[in-house]
Design a binder for this molecule. Sequence first.
Ligand code: SAM
Length: 254
Amino acid sequence: MAHPKKKWGQNFLRNRGAVAKIVEAIDAQPGELVLEIGPGEGVLTEKLVELPNEIAAIEIDPDLAANLEVRFGDRLALRHEDAVEAELPQRPYRAVGNLPYNVGTPILRRVIADPNCRRAVFMLQKEVADRVIAKPGSDPYGFLTLYVALFAAARTVMTLDPRSFYPPPKVRSAVVVLDPVPPAYTANRELLLELISTSFRMRRKTLVNNLTGWRNLTRGAAEEALKEAGLQPAVRAETLSLADFDRLAHALTR
Ligand code: SAM
């Protein structure tokens, strides 16, 4: 067995109960591909290849990729690539992975934004999972929560403590299931994302303060847009729902 490499976030899952729950949560439908991200030593892969679906995987570590190739042969379409930039499947698929924590967020973001993704089941740092499923007004609520809400409905299916892995990571982990949802907004998506990102730039500041100067917006115009969107003048971004941001985006572009 290869020595775990820290630079690729290699904390291998050793909890058999968790493996079973993750595989069950994928619930792949006939004809859908299952894409595993970061198969590592293959603890999930060995269960995935028992499914009737085609299984593909992306693994960055050449040593692990070579082992997986020998072990699974043509039961697994393995690509030795970086999942942060690798091409995603061109057909309907479900993604699954105990994501490397250093690149978990960018991988999650690109997968859920991909129109071919029918579901994603991802193990993340608990702190990141909390941000994904946060409610307005709570501490973890922020850009990531709203980004996810643009594309998917998210729920946590389990949390795991560090002893479930070898080597044990420093933090707790959680598995989230992300299901694509039809857009719950009507503003331009790029504008909305930019607005949300700007709104959370300085968390302690009021929304008006964060927005003033963005796209040459004057303080007066920002206040006016808030009013038009039915928002209080001293509101902070962390209390706003996606629907609030959507109204605000429209008010700002009128
Ligand atoms: N799935 C295995 C398990 O549960 O034991 C391994 C999980 S380990 C947390 C993360 C895996 O992702 C490692 O195998 C690591 O080499 C791989 N990995 C790290 N960065 C990656 C990247 N950018 N693209 C693809 N795989 C990556």
